[in-house]
Design a protein around this ligand. Structure first.
Ligand code: ADP
Ligand code: MG
Length: 140
């Protein structure tokens, strides 16, 4: 195992319900360090680019509209095995199938509005971090 970085988004359902602190507490308790964090309003173009791998899926339009429906918190998380670790902490995409104690099981209300995003591979982590952070902002 090595120290790695992953990209996280606290989605609009989290900011809307004042859950950013509660979600961050779960992240930090799991041993992941928040080394970059910014609250932004995503543009439609940014959301479409971010989720472009899902462009052909039936839920794509709904997903983009949701991601721009309110502010999000973009984050860089660091830790041992951070990419896989954060996927575990998030839980399954559908909160109904997520394990107890995961962020999605605890906080999410539907498969679409599922509170958090986390990168699924080292390659995507790198690309996703680069879409939202300057190297100089997360150098420490
Ligand atoms: P994950 O976020 O767990 O990696 P996916 O990459 O499969 O999940 O999907 C990306 C996002 O698209 C999900 O987090 C969720 O917000 C949305 N999504 C996935 N499946 C559905 C669905 N069946 N209906 C509505 N939205 C969905
Ligand atoms: Mg995914």
């Amino acid at each position: 195992m090595a120290t790695e970085r992953t990209f996280s988004i606290l989605k609009p359902d989290a900011t809307k319900r004042n859950l950013t602190g509660a979600v961050n507490a779960v992240i930090e308790k799991a041993g992941l360090r928040i080394v970059g964090q910014r609250r932004i309003q995503m543009s439609k173009a940014q959301a479409e680019k971010f989720y472009e791998v899902h462009a052909a899926r039936p839920f794509f339009g709904e997903l983009v509209e949701f991601m721009i429906s309110g502010p999000v918190v973009v984050q860089v998380l660091e830790g041992e095995n951070a990419i896989a670790k954060y996927r575990e902490v998030m839980g399954a995409t559908n909160p109904a199938q997520a394990d107890e104690g995961t962020i999605r099981k605890t906080f999410s209300e539907s498969v679409g509005e599922n509170t958090v995003h986390g990168s699924d591979s080292a390659e995507n982590a790198k690309l996703e971090i680069a879409q939202f952070f300057q190297d100089s902002d997360i150098a420490g």
